[in-house]
Design a protein around this ligand. Structure first.
Ligand SMILES: [Zn+2]
Length: 1005
C-alpha cells in the first residue's frame, strides 16, 4: 500500500490557498494531515435533498471568535491516511490503539488496508452535501450555549403555610457546604433511624437564606451558628424536597456558618436512600441489614444536604450498631465506642477528598470480608457469610484492575481502602460509592466453577465501577445533564481495561450493546448525549444507553482517530489532573483532548449520521444525513456531524477516496468503531455479500456484525428492501463467530416477535412456518455443530448459548432432548453435577415448559445459593406459556417475597417474549402502575425497561391508541417520560414496517 505522498498532493492545488498553507506534510509520512480551516456552517448553502449542493466559501471565511475555538477541528475537513493493521488478529481491538505498521508493500486482494479519513464529508475533493428538507443548519460543533433569561419567581408555600423563599429546582449558589459531620443511629428492629447532621458552610455571595435538600426526614431540632449559636425555624417545600433557613441578618461573602439538624426517619422500603434489606441465612433465619443507594437524588433521604454533584465537601461519619453487626462507610474505621444503651458507635476517618453527596455510602450488616493489599490500598470483598467462597474471583479481579488504573491514569487511587460489597437487595447493577462500591450479588459473586461468561460479567462490572473512582468520583460532572462524562467514560474504560488486563474474556459483545444504542438514537424521541435536565424524572432518564453506550462509542471513535498511540490517554490524564477534586462539563473534556468542535457535533445534538456511499468509476462520494426513522413530526436538531470515517477494501487504497476500478468492495466504519450507519447502495451491498459468501474472513467479526445491523436498520428506514436483507444473510451459513450470529438472530427475533404478537391476523399466522424454516435453514448446521459439554472459550460460549437458545425456542428436536437430559441429570444428582454456565439458560427455559419441571425449577430457585444460576432459573420460570403461572410470577415479583422485586423488570421482559405473557404483562403494568413507581422511580432505568418490554412489540392502531390512552391518563405519574414517547414512536414504526413488508414477505415465501 502506498502512503499518501506529495505526488498525490498536487491534486489539491486548485483548492483555496490557505487550505494548502495549513497543511502539515512530512517527507514520507506515516500519517498525513491536511489541515483546512473550519467550515463555517453559515457559508453553507442548502436546498432540498434531491439536489446536490456545494459548499461555498470553503477556506475563505474570516476567523471569528468561534473559529479560533474551532481551529483544532479544522483538520476535520482535511484528511489523514494511516496504513492500519494488514490482517485481522483477535488481539487488535478498537478500545486499545494499534500502532500502524510502517508499510504494507504487497497489496493484494487478501491484504486488508484500513484508511482513515477525517472529514465532515469527503468526495475526493468534491464536497457534496445533501440535506433533508426543512432542516435548519446550526453551527454544530461551535455553538455557544444559550443563557436562559431570568424570570420573575413565584414562591411556593412551605408545609407550615409560610412562603418558601426559593422557587427553583436547582439550589442557590450563595452558600457552599465545606464539611458534614453525620451521626446515624439505625434501629433494624423497627426499621427507623435518627440522625444529626452538622454542616459547616462557607458563604460565597451575601445572602439571607440557606436552601438545601431533605426528603421524608422529620426534622426535630435546628440550630444555626454564624458567630452566636441559636435555634432557627426550618421551612420545608416537599414537592421539590427542599428545606430552607431564613435569617434575619444577611450573611456576607467569605463568612462561615454551621447548621445543625436533628431528625428521625424510616428506613426506606425501596432501593434508594438509607434502605433495609434482608436475606435468609443457612439456618433459615431472616437476617436484616441496612444499606444506602444515593445516586442520583437520594442522599437527601438519609441526611439533609446540598444534594447536587457540584456541591462537594468532606464527610465525617459515625454510625451506631448492635455488637453482632459491623458497619462500613467510604473511609476506614478509626474507632469504636460503647454507648450507654448497649450499642456501639463506629467512627470513620474524615474523607481525605472532597466528594459529591451521591457518592456517600454506609452499610450496617453482618457481612464477612476477604482482603488483600494492593499498592497503598487495602482491597476487600464483602458478602453475606454463606457466600464467602464466591468472593475470591472478585478480589483478584479488583486488585488487578486497581493496579492497572493506577498506572494507566498516572494518578493513584486516593483512599487507603476499597471495599466491594454484595448486597442481597439491590436494584442497579452496582454503585461506585467512593471506597465502598456496592453490587448486586449476581454482579460480584462467582464460584470457582463458574463459566468464563459469568466471570466476564463480574469483571466488566468491577472494571466499570473502578473506572468511576477516577471518572465520576475524582472528577465529577457539574450537573446530571453531563452524566455521560461519568457513564460513557466508565463504560469505555470497562471495555478497554478488560481487553488489556483480561484479554481471554474477549468482550466483542460490547458491539451488540452499541447497536442497541444506535437503534434508540435513531428515534425522534432520543436526546443529545449532553442534554437539559430540569426535574427529577429527567435526571433518572439520563441513565440510558445514550449516556452509557453512545458516550463510550464516541470516546472510542475519538481514540481511533487521534494520531499517535498515546494522545487520547495523555489527554484524559491531563483532564483528570487539571480537574482533580472538581466538577466539569463536556467542553472541559473536549478542551483537554483539543477536540472541541469535532466532538461537540456528537454530544450537543441527538442522533447520528447515515453515510451513503456511491461509486462512479473510481470516484467514491460520501454524503451524510441524520439517520431518523420517523420523518413525520421529526425535529432535526442539526444535520451535520464531523465524522472520522474509516474504511477497508479488498485492496490497498490510494490517497483520496478514489479507488481503482479493480477494487471490488468497500466497507466503511472499520471494526465498527464509529457511531454511524452506512448505506452502500445496491451494488455496494451486493459486492459485500459476494465477498462474504466466498470468504467470511475478509472482514472482522465486528465488521460483519455491523453490516448485519446496518442493513436491518436501513430496511427499517426504507432504504433497502427486506429482500436485500435476507440476501445478505445468505452468507450466514458460513458464519462462525458470536457477534454476527447474535446480531442476526436478535434482529430476526425482533421481526418474528412482531409477527407473533399479531396472531389475529391470518396473514401473520401463515408467517409462522417461515420463522421456523428460515432460521433452521440458515443456522441449522451451525446449531447442529454445537456441543453440550464444558466449554472454555468465552466467544464459543456466547455463540453456543445464542444458537442453542434459538434452536430450543424453535422446538428443534435434538436441542430439546439434550436440554431435557441435562436438566434431568442435574435434578437427580442432588447438587453434585452442574450444567455448564452458558447452557443453564437454555436448559432451564426448556424445563420450564413442562408442568412438572416448572415446579421442580421453582423449588430449585428457592434453595440455590449461587446467584447467577438463580437468575437464569428465574428467567426460565418466567418463560412459561401457562397463563396462571404468568400471572403468579408477575404478582410474586411485585410482592417481593419469593421473587425479589429488584428482578421484576427482568421477569416482565422475559414474560413479554411469549404471546400470552405479552398481553398479561401489559394489563399487569396498567393495573399496578402506582405500585411500580413506588418501587422504581419514574424515569429510572427499571421503569424504562418495563415500558419498553411491554410495548415494543405492538404494531396495530388499536394497541397504539390503548398505550397512548393509558400513559396520557397518568399525568404527573409518568406521562412526560421520554420512554413513553419512545414507546409510541416504536409502535408507529412497527405499524409502518408491517404495512410495508407483510405483502413482501408473503410473496417471498
Ligand atoms: Zn456507571
Amino acid at each position: 500500500c502506498r502512503r499518501f505522498t506529495n505526488r498525490k498532493l498536487k491534486k489539491l492545488t486548485n483548492l483555496p490557498r490557505n487550505m494548502i498553507e495549513n497543511s502539515m506534510f512530512e517527507e514520507e509520512p506515516d500519517v498525513v494531515d491536511l489541515t483546512f480551516p473550519a467550515l463555517d456552517p453559515d457559508e453553507v448553502v442548502y436546498e432540498p435533498r434531491s439536489s446536490r449542493l456545494l459548499v461555498r466559501g470553503l477556506g475563505e471565511n474570516d476567523m471569528d471568535e468561534d473559529d479560533e475555538d474551532c481551529e483544532s477541528s479544522a483538520r476535520l475537513l482535511g484528511m489523514s491516511f494511516m496504513n492500519r493493521s494488514s490482517a485481522h488478529r483477535s488481539s487488535s481491538f478498537p478500545y486499545t490503539r494499534q500502532a500502524p505498521p510502517r508499510s504494507c508493500s504487497r497489496p493484494s486482494a487478501r491484504t486488508t488496508v484500513v484508511c482513515v479519513l477525517f472529514l465532515v464529508i469527503v468526495a475526493s475533493m468534491t464536497m457534496v452535501l445533501y440535506f433533508l428538507p426543512g432542516c435548519t443548519f446550526t453551527k454544530a460543533g461551535c455553538r455557544k450555549t444559550n443563557k436562559t433569561t431570568p424570570f420573575e419567581p413565584v414562591y411556593p408555600l412551605s408545609t407550615n403555610g409560610k412562603l418558601f423563599p426559593w422557587a427553583q429546582f436547582r439550589l442557590p449558589r450563595s452558600v457552599r457546604p465545606v464539611n458534614y459531620d453525620l451521626t446515624l443511629n439505625p434501629d433494624l428492629n423497627n426499621m427507623t433511624f435518627t440522625g444529626r447532621t452538622v454542616i459547616t458552610m462557607s458563604v460565597l455571595h451575601n445572602t439571607k437564606i440557606i436552601v438545601l435538600h431533605s426528603a421524608h426526614l422529620n426534622i426535630t431540632k435546628a440550630t444555626f451558628k454564624v458567630g452566636l449559636e441559636g435555634d432557627v425555624t426550618v421551612l420545608e417545600y416537599q414537592t421539590r424536597q427542599q428545606i430552607a433557613v431564613q435569617l434575619s441578618e444577611e450573611m456576607k461573602a467569605g463568612q462561615s456558618c454551621v447548621l445543625t439538624l436533628d431528625y428521625s426517619a424510616s428506613l426506606s422500603h425501596t432501593y434508594d436512600g438509607f434502605y433495609n434489606s434482608s436475606y435468609i441465612d443457612k439456618e433459615g433465619n431472616k437476617r436484616v441489614l441496612a444499606a444506602t443507594q444515593f445516586e442520583p437524588l437520594s442522599a437527601r433521604k438519609a441526611f439533609p444536604c446540598f444534594d447536587e454533584p457540584a456541591f462537594k465537601a468532606t464527610f465525617l461519619i459515625k454510625i451506631s450498631r448492635k455488637s453482632n453487626y459491623t458497619t462500613l462507610s467510604n473511609m476506614p474505621q478509626v474507632k469504636s465506642t460503647p454507648l450507654p444503651n448497649g450499642l456501639v458507635q463506629d467512627e470513620f476517618e474524615k474523607t481525605s477528598v472532597n466528594m459529591s453527596t451521591y457518592l456517600v455510602a454506609f452499610i450496617v450488616a453482618d457481612f464477612t470480608p476477604i482482603s488483600k493489599n494492593v499498592s497503598e490500598t487495602l482491597v476487600s470483598v464483602y458478602s453475606v457469610p454463606e457466600k464467602k467462597e464466591h468472593t475470591d474471583y472478585a478480589l483478584d479481579t479488583a486488585s488487578k484492575l486497581l493496579e492497572f488504573y493506577n498506572s494507566f491514569f498516572e494518578i493513584n487511587y486516593p483512599l487507603k481502602k476499597l471495599d466491594l460489597v454484595a448486597i442481597p437487595d439491590f436494584l442497579a447493577g452496582a454503585m461506585e460509592n467512593w471506597g465502598l462500591i456496592t453490587f448486586r450479588e449476581t454482579t460480584l459473586l462467582v464460584g470457582n466453577q463458574s463459566s468464563p461468561l459469568e466471570k466476564q460479567l463480574v469483571a466488566s462490572v468491577i472494571a466499570h465501577e473502578l473506572a468511576h473512582q477516577w471518572f465520576g468520583n475524582l472528577v465529577t460532572m457539574s450537573w446530571w445533564n453531563d452524566l455521560w462524562l461519568n457513564e460513557g467514560f466508565a463504560t469505555y474504560m470497562q471495555y478497554m481495561s478488560l481487553q488489556t488486563v483480561f484479554p481471554t474474556l474477549d468482550i466483542v459483545s460490547s458491539n451488540i450493546l452499541r447497536f442497541r444504542a444506535l437503534d434508540k438514537d435513531a428515534l425522534n424521541s432520543s436526546h443529545a448525549v449532553s442534554t437539559e435536565v430540569n426535574n427529577p424524572e429527567q435526571v433518572e432518564e439520563m441513565f440510558d444507553s445514550v449516556s452509557y453506550e453512545k458516550g463510550a462509542s464516541i470516546l472510542m471513535m475519538l481514540n481511533t482517530w487521534l494520531p499517535g498511540k498515546q494522545q487520547f490517554r495523555k489527554g484524559i490524564i491531563q483532564y483528570l489532573k487539571q480537574f482533580s477534586g472538581l466538577n466539569t462539563d463536556t467542553d472541559d473534556l473536549w478542551n483537554s483532548l483539543t477536540q472541541v468542535c469535532m466532538m461537540r457535533s456528537w454530544t450537543s445534538q441527538k442522533g447520528f449520521p447515515l453515510v451513503t456511499v456511491s461509486r462512479q468509476g473510481g470516484q467514491v462520494t460520501l454524503t451524510q444525513e441524520h439517520f431518523l426513522l420517523t420523518s413525520d413530526k421529526a425535529t432535526y436538531t442539526s444535520s451535520l456531524w464531523n465524522i472520522p470515517v474509516t474504511y477497508v477494501t479488498d485492496n490497498c487504497s490510494l490517497g483520496t477516496l478514489e479507488l481503482p476500478e479493480s477494487v471490488k468492495w468497500l466497507k466503511l466504519n472499520y471494526r465498527n468503531t464509529g457511531f454511524y450507519i452506512v448505506h452502500y447502495g445496491d451494488e455496494g451491498w451486493a459486492a459485500l455479500k459476494d465477498a462474504l459468501s466466498s470468504n467470511v474472513q475478509v472482514l472482522t467479526q465486528e465488521d460483519r456484525a455491523s453490516l448485519i445491523h446496518n442493513i436491518f436498520a436501513l430496511s427499517r428506514l426504507g432504504r433497502v428492501s427486506f429482500y436485500q436483507v435476507l440476501n445478505l444473510l445468505k452468507y450466514m451459513s458460513n458464519e462462525t463467530e458470536s457477534c454476527p450470529v447474535t446480531e442476526a438472530l436478535l434482529q430476526l427475533n425482533v421481526i418474528y416477535r412482531l409477527l407473533d404478537k399479531r396472531q389475529e391476523d391470518s396473514l401473520v399466522a401463515r408467517m409462522k412456518p417461515f420463522k421456523l424454516h428460515y432460521i433452521l435453514y440458515r443456522f441449522g448446521s451451525l446449531m447442529d455443530n454445537q456441543t453440550w459439554g464444558e466449554e472454555e472459550s468465552v466467544s464459543k460460549q456466547e455463540l453456543r448459548s445464542a444458537l442453542l437458545g434459538s434452536a430450543c425456542s424453535l422446538n428443534q428436536e435434538n436441542c430439546i432432548q439434550q436440554a431435557k437430559a441435562l436438566f434431568k441429570h442435574y435434578d437427580e444428582s442432588n447438587g453434585t453435577s452442574r450444567i455448564p454456565g452458558d447452557l443453564q439458560q437454555v436448559v432451564f427455559t426448556v424445563a420450564a415448559q413442562s408442568n412438572e419441571d416448572w415446579l421442580t425449577l421453582l423449588h430449585m430457585y428457592q434453595t440455590v445459593t449461587y446467584d447467577a444460576e438463580k437468575r437464569k432459573m428465574l428467567r426460565g420460570l418466567a418463560s412459561t406459556q401457562d397463563a396462571r403461572r404468568i400471572v403468579w410470577i408477575l404478582k410474586a415479583g411485585l410482592r417481593g417475597d419469593i421473587i425479589q422485586t429488584q428482578e421484576l423488570p427482568l421477569v416482565i421482559s422475559t414474560v413479554c417474549n411469549g404471546f400470552a405473557g405479552y398481553l398479561f404483562a401489559w394489563d399487569f403494568i396498567q393495573e399496578n402502575w402506582d405500585r411500580l413507581i413506588e418501587k422504581f422511580p419514574i424515569g429510572s432505568y427499571a421503569i424504562q425497561t418495563i415500558i419498553k418490554s411491554a410495548t415494543s412489540q405492538f404494531s396495530t392502531q388499536a394497541h397504539l391508541d390503548r398505550v397512548q390512552g393509558f400513559f396520557s391518563s397518568l399525568k404527573e405519574r409518568g406521562s412526560q417520560m421520554r420512554s413513553v414517547q419512545e414507546a409510541l414512536e416504536t409502535i408507529r414504526l412497527n405499524q409502518r414496517w408491517m404495512d410495508k413488508n407483510l405483502p413482501t414477505l408473503q410473496k417471498w415465501l
